[in-house]
Design a protein around this ligand. Sequence first.
Ligand code: SF4
Length: 233
Amino acid sequence: MEINTHRFENVIPALIATFEFMKRCGLRGVQCSEKTLQILESWNFETIPVKTISLDDIRADLGNCQRCKLWKKRTHLVFGEGNPTARLVFVGEGPGYEEDQKGKPFVGAAGKLLTKIIAAMGLDRQDVYICNIIKCRPPKNRNPEPDEINACLPFLKRQLAAIQPEYICTLGSVATKVVLQTDEPVSRLRGKFFKYKKINVMPTYHPAFLLYNPERKRDVWEDIQKLMKAMEK
Ligand code: SF4
């Protein structure tokens, strides 16, 4: 049976939302035949175009998220902000104190540095999209734990699927490892392009790292210049 693509694109988000709701209700699975299971497994949901999902829809699905333990101490969930059709998305690790207070990404000291980097590219924060791997602040700014990343990552993936950027700049080790699914340190990966699906990924150091290691600013500027050159094409 041929499936109408437009209807298909609308059905997938509804299915995902339904399964998430069932999971929250404590249901562990649904009955389906072996054949149906094989068909479902042959579909790669992450490559199905879901441009019809808006960032507002994804934010609404997150709601007052309690999918991992980080909700307990957050002041605000930090979803992300910027251009919903940006060519470039910056992905950091997670909100810090200032971000948690204001509900906005990269607004503390490291955020001010990121804003300067964006300005040095000849862009404005509103030209790009800025978000994080996890959306709630870990206590004392510790690294996010695997269960927290696993709980939150589907929403970042959906944000990227909705925005469909051409470029991602991962900021720091955690974001780089998660987006590229690698254990290599960012110091080895920075300055080179990789792929997340069809999107070009440039890893570089996190601005917070630069605050304590200003001698690394030169490296970041080199990475950003490579990114700018690629984006000119
Ligand atoms: S970090 Fe992500 S998964 Fe965990 S509570 Fe916050 S929004 Fe939900």
